[in-house]
Design a protein around this ligand. Structure first.
Ligand code: NAD
Length: 479
């Protein structure tokens, strides 16, 4: 598949004429396709298209934009299965998860816009002090940058809100997951006026930087690692761009002494840790278990992981695919090597499917015990299928250790008593607290998705996401 960028509703090559090869992480020698290596000139063209389209798109009635975005979902529907297959080949996750990722774009284009347009409603205040109308308007062209792990859904959560309130967009997907994004975006853009949705592909340091520095983009939404988030903030500071950041996490799950260890609980824990081979921003990345229940939880969790089949995500028998690329695999290996060399116990589980390419970036589900917060596998975001499990003796200790991090994305508490779990949950420094679950489907689309501390700035979804894509202008009448 030789993909093109999408600028002003036209398929476009990079000005440089250069292309980037895309390889399959299950078979690294297999080229899945190529995509243009965009640069600053291409971002300039996309911004020109987006700013030119902006006044006309903003002038439509909100209901017209809602209807067009629903029509865009209709156009995307027939392509979901194909784009999902592309995604599994370019970034490795199993096909059912890729279907969920692309399917979420369809859902978001229908679900989010009718809620989002409420963010445009004028608020009026009239009292003895005077009369003021607080009016809302779109920014114009917004920049949206997303990572490779849930590339289509992350993009469309943001797009469905930003476009509904009247913005146009210039988007950058990760070079590790651009092909499926382009397939989805092309279908959607066909239904929208030219220039409303533009996608530039290429390397983040080139295209991403050009977007974040561009003076005509007044608002940037960035999703990715904390390190890149810092660069984005710095670049955006040059022209004081309104910036939201959804960054990494090192989510703790705290399992209390009254927890019921049954199939549903273990299913929940497995989904929390192993979905997309652990490459989920709010995956559970550390487990704290009440010491009286430690052995039982470790055993039941390990037993279930031993049924995993690791292999090519296109094979329906596979339960976990490879990691996305060599760097991610090396990073995880380094964290596990440190743990091993310092005496941690590593229990590698599951079966590698027959016939897997030995060069593929496959890593087995691994339960790591005999560790504490001084180990990197505990203190850093591992972004892979290896989970440190640690005992605690009292809840204050568990809360203190769970909070002893600069991350603050999600956290969960597991207990037979949801009231008790919520009390503990409120003490955890995390933007999202879950009770007795912590999986991708836990993020309610009318909630407030995002993190505290260095895990981010701002929230997506619900009313908070759309409100972040409008400018506020107060109009004061003479008293
Ligand atoms: P990354 O930060 O390397 O890249 C993210 C995106 O930024 C990519 O599209 C990349 O092309 C672009 N980019 C790279 N350098 C840039 C620069 N200098 N300026 C502007 N853009 C640039 O992250 P990744 O490896 O693609 O994704 C994994 C990370 O994303 C993990 O830390 C994960 O936790 C995080 N993440 C967070 C959320 C969330 O909602 N909080 C969701 C998914 C992933």
């Amino acid at each position: 598949m030789d993909a093109s960028m999408l600028i002003n509703a036209e398929l476009s090559e990079a000005s440089s004429g250069e292309r980037i090869d895309v390889f399959n992480p299950a078979r690294p020698a297999e080229r899945v396709g190529t995509m243009p290596r965009g640069g600053r000139e291409d971002v300039d063209r996309a911004v020109l298209a987006a700013t030119t389209a902006a006044p006309g798109w903003a002038a439509l009635a909100p209901a017209e934009r809602v209807a067009l975005l629903a029509a865009a979902a209709d156009a995307l529907g027939p392509l979901i299965a194909d784009a999902a297959k592309t995604q599994t080949r370019e970034m490795g996750k199993i096909l059912a998860e890729s279907m969920a990722d692309v399917g979420t774009a369809d859902f978001m284009l229908r679900f989010n816009p009718p809620i989002a347009v409420q963010a445009l409603e004028t608020e009026r205040v009239q009292d003895d002090l005077g009369s003021v109308a607080i009016e809302k308007r779109p920014f114009g062209a917004v920049g949206i940058i997303v990572p490779w792990n849930w590339p289509v859904s992350l993009l469309f959560v943001r797009l469905s809100a930003a476009l509904a309130v009247g913005n146009t967009a210039v988007c950058l997907p990760s070079p590790y997951a651009s092909l499926s994004v382009l397939q989805a975006a092309e279908a959607v853009a066909r239904v929208l006026p030219p220039g409303v949705l533009n996608v530039v592909t290429g390397h983040g340091q080139e295209v991403g930087r050009a977007i974040t520095e561009h003076p005509q983009i007044r608002r940037v939404s960035f999703t990715g690692s904390i390190a890149t988030g810092r660069d984005v903030l710095q670049a955006a500071s040059a022209n004081i761009k309104v910036t939201s950041l959804e960054l990494g996490g090192n989510d703790a799950a705290v399992i209390l002494d009254d927890v019921e260890v049954n199939d549903a609980m273990i299913d929940g824990l497995v989904a929390a840790t192993m979905t997309s081979a652990g490459q989920v921003c709010f995956a559970v990345k550390r487990l704290y278990v009440a010491d009286s229940r430690f052995d039982e939880v470790v055993e039941a969790f390990s037993q279930r992981l031993s049924t995993f089949i690791v292999g090519d995500g296109l094979d329906p028998a596979t339960t976990m695919g490879p990691l996305v690329n060599a760097n991610q695999a090396k990073r995880l290996d380094k964290l596990l090597d440190e743990a091993r060399s310092r005496g941690a116990h590593l229990n590698e589980l599951g079966t590698l499917a027959d016939g897997c390419d030995p060069e593929g970036y496959f890593r087995m589900p691994t339960v790591v015990t005999d560790v504490d917060e001084s180990f990197q596998i505990v203190s850093e975001e591992q972004f892979g299928p290896a989970v440190p499990v640690m005992p605690f003796s009292d809840i204050d200790d568990a809360v203190q250790r769970a909070n002893d991090t600069e991350y603050g994305l999600g956290a969960s508490v597991w207990s037979a008593d949801p009231g008790r779990a919520k009390e503990v949950g409120r003490r955890l420094e995390a933007g999202m607290v879950f009770i007795n679950r912590h999986d991708v489907a836990s993020a309610h689309p009318r909630g407030a998705f995002g993190g505290m501390k260095q895990s981010g700035l701002g929230r997506e979804l619900g009313r908070f996401g759309p409100e972040s894509y409008v400018e506020i202008q107060q109009v004061v009448d003479p008293a």
